[in-house]
Design a protein around this ligand. Structure first.
Ligand code: APR
Length: 388
């Protein structure tokens, strides 16, 4: 069997890439370790940058993927219970993101790809990559029926997340890795609670908390916690009590909690995002903290750069964009890593003295206040929020 591009993984990165490649007239086969229902139910990200929405528009995919997704407009910062608002589109010359729960986007990406005749194989096992530094790589795997198969291709797109096999297939000496532990944890809860009027980021002496929409009747809440906090330390009473304190909302509506986890606040980047004929895309190449909502957006941005570069290489015989793939993507990756770290420091350290001491607390407060006293500072923030 053979195809032009073997896509490993059907998360936001692999599915975006596969849909773009189809639009570009490039053949591909997607291999996914998990089942369709598992992939479609995974709830994580929820905001698509303006830049990401533009990417889907450019590929003619916006109608199929984004119909009915409301704009992401005003962001509320609640500081010791006092609301402050930033109207992001007004500050970003009308550019606005879209509120799209990841599982909705993923479900539509799967349906659009399959409806168009795309080849997507779920429940595969034992994926291994061979001949990456040669002219004709192959991908071996076991299909859902248990048969071992081999797929020959021109290029491999490693879209299999942080723990996938793609990055692991690269010799260690060929990659430089950067990782950073932010020293905090986020306890996160998905609950059947209607979202607040605007996405909400709250700073207080009780610690950072946030509430983001996940559809009309669900919210994702984040609560700063110790990085090694056990899930068992958070029973429902403590969750609602801490949310009421931190959001400064004594009448916060409660609802069924459908998921709980502790998110590691960790960053990771690999350079280059390429080895021979393997290209790493999305979480396979970099992870970012959830602060700023950039993980899914980086995956989509990488996919766009790669799809264009593969089209140029395979259809026009022009390899220059492929040669520049890693450098092109890493510029955005580091820019977003900086934004996420900047925001993490600002919103955690301005709350209380225990994280970084009283001097840095005042610095963080100054940084936060500046967003509401300086239009250029607010515009710079909005520019980064919308993804440029
Ligand atoms: N073989 C095939 N598929 C694999 C393998 C493997 N060995 N290992 C992992 N996968 C699959 C996973 O099951 C998953 O469906 O690869 C997919 C990787 O998806 P994600 O982890 O979601 O990564 P990515 O597509 O890069 O999405 C990145 O989206 O959820 C947001 O913010 C989140 O940053 C994240 C972003």
């Amino acid at each position: 069997e053979s195809t032009e591009v073997a896509v490993i993984g059907a998360g936001p990165a692999g599915l975006s890439l596969a849909n773009m490649l189809r639009r570009a007239g490039v053949s591909c086969v997607v291999l996914e370790a998990r089942s369709r229902s598992h992939v479609e139910r995974r709830q994580r990200a929820g905001i698509l940058e303006h830049a990401g929405a533009r990417v889907f528009e450019d590929w003619g995919l916006a109608d199929a993927l984004l119909a009915g997704a409301p704009p992401d407009a005003v962001v509320e910062f609640r500081v010791d219970g006092e609301p402050r608002y930033l109207d992001v589109p007004a500050l970003a010359d009308g550019r606005t993101g879209r509120i799209v729960p990841q599982q909705v986007l993923v479900g539509r990406l799967v349906a659009t790809f399959l409806d168009g005749g795309g080849d997507l194989r779920f429940d595969v096992d034992d994926v291994s990559l061979h001949g990456l530094d040669g002219d004709r790589p192959t991908v071996a795997y076991r299909d859902s029926g248990g048969t071992v198969r081999e797929l020959a291709c021109d290029y491999v797109a490693g879209c299999d997340g942080h723990h996938g096999v793609s990055r692991a297939a690269v010799p260690e000496r060929a990659l430089t890795t950067y990782s950073y532990d932010h020293g905090i944890g986020w306890f996160t809860v998905l609950a059947d609670v209607p979202p607040a009027r605007h996405p909400l980021l709250a700073v207080s002496s009780h610690g950072f908390a946030a509430q983001f929409p996940r559809g009309p009747q669900a919210s994702r809440f984040y609560l700063e916690c110790a990085p090694d906090d056990a899930l068992s330390a958070w029973d429902d009473d403590r969750i609602w009590e801490q949310l009421r304190l931190r959001l400064g909302e004594s009448a916060l509506p409660t609802g069924a909690i459908t998921e709980k986890s502790v998110v590691e606040m960790r960053s990771f980047v690999v350079d280059p995002m390429r080895y021979g004929r393997l290209f790493l895309v999305g979480d396979a190449a970099h992870i970012i903290t959830p602060m700023g909502g950039k993980g899914m957006n980086l995956a989509i941005a990488d996919a766009n750069v790669l799809a264009r570069a593969l089209r140029a290489a395979l259809r026009d015989g022009d390899d220059s964009a492929l040669a520049a793939y890693s450098e092109t993507c890493l510029e955005r990756v580091w820019n977003h890593q900086e934004f996420s770290r900047w925001m993490t420091e600002m919103l955690h350290e301005s709350g209380d003295d225990t994280l970084a001491g009283p001097f840095r607390r005042r610095l963080a407060r100054a940084r936060l206040d500046r967003l509401f006293t300086s239009t250029p500072a607010a515009r710079a923030f909005a520019d980064l929020m919308t993804g440029g």
